[in-house]
Design a binder for this molecule. Sequence first.
Ligand code: 3PG
Length: 210
Amino acid sequence: MNTLSPADIMSVSPIIPVIAIDDADHAVDLAHALMDGGIKVLEITLRTPAALASIKKISAAIPDAVVGAGTVLTTDDLSNVIDAGASFAISPGSTPKLLKTAQAEKFPLLPGVATASEIMQGMDLGYNHFKLFPAVTAGGVGALKSFSGPFPQARFCPTGGISMTNMNEFLTLENVICVGGSWIAPQALVQTGNFAEITHITAKSLKELK
Ligand code: 3PG
């Protein structure tokens, strides 16, 4: 049984790699590449047909990896990722149906929010941990500072427009636990199987953390 809370998920690593994987045969090598670089949490987005098989392969082969699913939009997506062995789910947005179902399943979900009303809706349903998406477009550091006034208990994983160059501006905020981004494992490198470069980017990103 999955006993991790959303807070636990956000605390595994200050950076959650957002991954789109086209070939499930690359999944385990990719997870090893990230772990060799120092990150053991992965968000495999449901944007490719290989996503569920990739989650299955990583969770079966590498018990130490914390593999979750991204782009979880519907309750069907949620049951599929639970069945595939995901440890958590991340959504770009929030629907009451998705939030209530994850709660009923006691499955850790980071719902996406971009506005005060969405945070209030999430808090009403018992959520305090959110993905801010699309982080930079939705107001970035300024929005997060503004949210800390009315929502001191809310914690965020800003994602969307984050990279090695701006991650520290976000990570130094009190209401930010981690950031997410695709820069760690760019789809082109995954596609071509350039895992050494992914390990290099991962290690370099961790080294740049303040
Ligand atoms: C996501 O789905 O979380 C984003 O596409 C990741 O955004 P990025 O590509 O700007 O990191």
